[in-house]
Ligand binder design. Structure first.
Ligand SMILES: [Zn+2]
Length: 385
């Protein structure tokens, strides 16, 4: 059971706006309460920001561990690494693998989802385009046959949250319909589709753009391609990797301003090296070298996921992109929580929800993380009760 506490003095970002000198009350169940009790311990967070815990809907691992191939202990280590960087809700993303392997993997990850360690599974591949394969093993790619999509969905026992598909491939539109019917997000990505094909997939029920710009044709003035279709459609949320490597700041800002704070989700697309360090890694079946925090395939040099954590994505958005903090909070917490169907429990600071929050100092550096009312990282300046 969590100890009751009242966080005081911080600028608190609520769905309705920022409250200067706000209070967040945490009850003994680890939830946000509406009223303080006499005798509640207070934690002075003057000079800091308190924002909702981050929600990462696209993440392959961290802390040296892979969600695609690691043991259960490894997966939990990766989850913990990202928690220490403010991500209190995380979806485990897999990379392309053999169908039997992915089905088996779905079984392992679905147990962790049932226990509440992760918020479900995102299958990125194998249903993607060989023309835009990025860091996926080409020999294992296949068309999005609805029967195969169904097989992975069943193996995940209700814990599949998202599939990234190249929707222009044979079976793509039918697979989108199947996913939408089952309340699973159909995300368009690693695609070589045209503008028109992308519109067709959105009309069929696709609602997310997997790391917009990356692994899809560039925006052209005569061939607008998927980027224009995904950016302009009110039904689509665009994922953006704000690490300064995957996207030029101008491209990031253009997408953010065009889609708006309510249709953007900041993600990491992190791989094992996130929160760990440079070195040699495997991404699925492919060898990756991480140098100066940039992950690239040993063979061919394609960018292979990121080493980003969401606290860095937040800080870049606030300091380099100069976005309003309230907009960043929507993109990094509220929107992904809504898409994942967990906004009733997380994604904003409101009474009754889990006390999942991040404490940032005045320079937007993470100094504290709380999950379900317990400190993952206790803010040093605070007098802890
Ligand atoms: Zn990914």
């Amino acid at each position: 059971m969590a100890a009751r506490k009242v966080l005081t003095g911080a600028r608190v970002v609520l769905p309705t706006g920022t409250v200067a000198d706000g209070r967040v009350i945490v009850d003994e169940r680890g939830r946000i309460a509406g009223h303080a009790h006499e005798g509640d311990a207070t934690v002075d967070l003057s000079g800091h920001w308190v924002v909702p815990g981050f929600v990462d809907m696209h993440n392959h691992g961290g802390g040296g561990a892979s969600f695609t191939s690691g043991s259960v202990a490894d997966v939990l280590k990766g989850v913990q690494t990202h928690r220490e960087h403010g991500t209190t809700t995380i979806v485990a993303s897999t990379v392309t693998g053999d169908m039997d392997f992915l089905a088996q993997r779905a079984g392992i990850l679905s147990e962790l989802a049932e226990q509440g360690d992760i918020a479900g599974i995102h299958f990125e591949g194998p249903f993607i385009s060989p023309c835009r394969k990025g860091a996926h093993d080409e020999s294992l790619l296949r068309d999005p046959d609805p029967a195969d999509v169904r097989k992975l969905m069943d193996a995940a026992r209700g814990q599949a949250r998202m599939f990234t598909l190249a929707t222009e491939l044979p079976g793509g539109t039918d697979s989108v319909r199947l996913l939408a019917e089952h309340g699973v997000i159909a995300a368009i990505g690693h695609t070589d589709g045209t503008y028109e094909q992308t519109v067709e997939a959105i009309d069929a029920g696709a609602t997310v753009a997997t790391h917009l710009y990356n692994a899809m044709p560039a925006l052209g003035h005569r061939t607008p391609g998927p980027i224009a279709a995904l950016l302009e459609d009110e039904r689509v949320t665009v994922e953006l990797i704000n690490d300064g490597t995957h996207l030029h700041p101008a491209a990031f800002q253009l997408a953010f301003h065009h889609a708006g704070a309510d249709r953007t989700a900041l993600i990491t697309d992190a791989m094992d090296a996130a929160g760990f360090g440079d070195g040699e890694y495997m991404l699925g079946t492919l060898a990756v070298e991480v140098k100066d925090s940039v992950a690239r395939l040993v063979d061919g040099g394609s960018i292979a996921g990121s080493t980003l954590t969401l606290d860095r994505a937040f800080k870049r958005a606030a300091t380099i992109d100069r976005l309003p903090v309230e907009d960043i909070v929507r993109a990094i917490s509220a929107n992904p929580a809504k898409l994942l169907g967990v906004y009733d429990r997380v994604g904003s600071l409101e009474p009754g929800k889990d006390a999942d929050l991040v404490v940032l100092d005045a320079t937007f550096t993470l100094v504290g993380v709380m999950r379900k009312g317990e400190w993952v990282i206790a803010p040093q300046e605070a007098q802890r009760g």
